[in-house]
Write a protein that binds this ligand. Sequence first.
Ligand code: ATP
Ligand code: MG
Length: 356
Amino acid sequence: MKTFNIALIPGDGIGPEVVAEGVKILKAIESLDSEISFTFTEFSWGCEYYLENGRMMAEDGIERLRAFDAIYLGAVGYPGVPDHISLWDLLLRIRKEFDQYVNIRPITLLNPSLTPLKDKTEKEIDFLVIRENSEGEYAGAGDWLFKGKPEEVVLQTGVFSRKGTERIIRYAYEEARKSKRTLTSISKGNALNYSMVFWDEVFEEVGKEYPDVQTYSYLVDAASLYFVTEPERFEVVVTSNLFGDILTDIGAAITGGMGLATGANINPERNFPSMFEPVHGSAPDISGKGIANPIAAIWSVSQMMDFFGKEQWGATILATIKEILKEKESLTPDLGGTATTQELGDRIVEILCIQA
Ligand code: ATP
Ligand code: MG
């Protein structure tokens, strides 16, 4: 019997609503599999905590999270708390402190009815975006000079270290090799004449160690177009922090929207906990109404199981989501159904028990 200790940060808005459904799935797995058990420790950090304490998480928050096997996060963000504070003081802080330098976002169409693209099948939209998650354009480096003066200048510097660039590119090559898929690097070497020229060089250099991996290299503007017109070009994609952020939202749009998009923040060395979260935010417009789609949060449980080496469960959860997507009436309003968040979560547990 293996016990996995999970830190829950439900966060704000619809975060707690969808995390509750993900926890239902984990508890179902625990009851179906005598080899697995979970402990859950909840941390009520987020914007409410910020309004009371002036910080998004406890002062010793990072220390308290350090020993967990995984962090399961809902969403943070609240009207009244500036987005850059909620993001930097919790989400980005955890990513950085725990060196979760790999962000994995599957762009997988689970049902052809979900894509706005004409005549695209599940086979044609099925790839993995591996996004650099620790530096690059989101390094937080820059300056704000002559604030409010006519000569005001703002600098936002991208930081691409040799170590940071090599390790993400190597991770992507390993993934492509392991799964026998092609690898596409997305960059912008023609306009970003330092950072992206360097990125392209590293991509080529590291590639010499992987002669068995077929590679492609696209400019980010062209790639954005292909995400929509020819997503079948992509199998494994590696890209920088900013480009990955934007491209994966296009990825979400072509596979069913924010209610389905998931992301894992991985520390591959396993020195620190990794973090699993739906990509969407706190969605204040629908929070408290009980209609948030929990599938993205449940898909991130599938990623968590893969990370724990329980790939069988990862695959079963995904197969279950695929099944539920055929039952229109069991889905939440964003997918055209009439179910509540809890009803959909309960139905997913039911199907999971049958699939398992
Ligand atoms: P953040 O700044 O935290 O990323 P955001 O303003 O970008 O937040 P999201 O919270 O990601 O917005 O959501 C954008 C819109 O998508 C929401 O207003 C909501 O209507 C819809 N949405 C997001 N997540 C879900 C979900 N799980 N179920 C249903 N609708 C959702
Ligand atoms: Mg957003």
